[in-house]
Design a protein around this ligand. Structure first.
Ligand code: B1M
Length: 210
């Protein structure tokens, strides 16, 4: 018998192997993929997001929980594609050129995946060309850029300028990272800025809805 409250708890405490097994057990029991995703994983991740926002838990706990969620998602991902469940949207995300920091970017990517987005993670040191090619190839709704250095955040502007020059207005561009601010985002012409992973996912959802 599927016990989603237990799965949420396992996710919260970052028990990756147990979450994976719980997801597999639910599927063996014949539970619908979308039910397992929403009640087991997304509901658990939502609690993490809230507690993170309210300073009940901190980055290490979120990363451990996010890894557990990823273990569960790895089981569901191929089935989600097969069953054609409507995803929230497609996010192409990367850390900008010259920057190797990826902890915050990974957190944003994992939380977005937990919220139902298809996430294409380009990793670190991502060139303008790579953002552009991936946005086209995956028909991205959102391009997310992360930067942790004052010397690399300027590269965000190059991405915005290039997307504008290429006429890719449909793709919303969001930026974040410790030195980035709302006024910087406005200055470079980005569509949005988020100070943390929870706010980023809320922003992505609002941009996809319209
Ligand atoms: Co670096 N580093 N680092 N570093 N590093 C900082 C950023 C620094 C502030 C430390 C300091 O001097 N106090 C400083 C930057 C100074 C500046 O530019 N003003 C710095 C420096 C100087 C450097 C090097 C140049 C050091 C050197 O080699 N001399 C070098 C640069 C390498 C490079 O990138 N080319 C370097 C290297 C490294 C490590 C490799 C050792 C390591 C990175 C490991 C990794 O990421 N895999 C590292 C680390 C760990 C840090 C600190 C200590 C921690 C960063 C972090 O992961 N925070 C950092 C100091 C600090 O920030 N306190 C520092 C936790 C993470 C969860 O937060 O990334 O802010 P954050 O992400 C948040 C939000 O910003 C937001 O959501 C996340 C979750 O809430 N967010 C987004 C992030 N991306 C987003 C995208 C969005 C929306 C929100 O939309 C798309």
């Amino acid at each position: 018998m599927a016990d989603y409250a237990l799965m949420n708890q396992l996710l919260y405490t970052g028990k990756a192997a147990e979450v994976k097994k719980a997801v597999e057990d639910c599927l063996k029991e014949g539970r619908p993929v979308q039910e397992v995703l929403e009640n087991g994983l997304i509901a658990g991740m939502a609690v993490i997001g809230e507690d993170f926002k309210n300073n009940v838990i901190y980055v290490p706990e979120v990363l451990i929980a996010a890894r557990a969620m990823k273990a569960g998602m790895d089981v569901l991902r191929p089935l989600l594609t097969e069953s054609g469940i409507k995803k929230t949207g497609t996010l192409v995300i990367g850390t900008v050129k010259g920057d190797l920091h990826d902890i915050g970017k990974n957190l944003v990517a994992m939380m977005a995946e937990g919220a139902g987005f298809t996430v294409v993670d380009l990793g670190v040191d991502t060139s303008v060309e790579k953002f552009l090619a991936a946005a086209r190839e995956h028909d991205a709704d959102i391009v997310g850029m992360s930067a942790l250095l004052t010397t690399t955040m300027v590269n965000m502007k190059h991405v915005v300028d290039r997307f504008t020059a290429e006429g890719l207005k449909r793709v919303k561009i969001v930026c974040g990272g410790a030195p980035v601010t709302q006024s910087f985002a406005d200055e470079i012409g980005a569509d949005g800025y988020a100070p943390n992973a929870v706010a980023a996912v809320e922003l992505f959802k609002s941009l996809v809805v319209g």
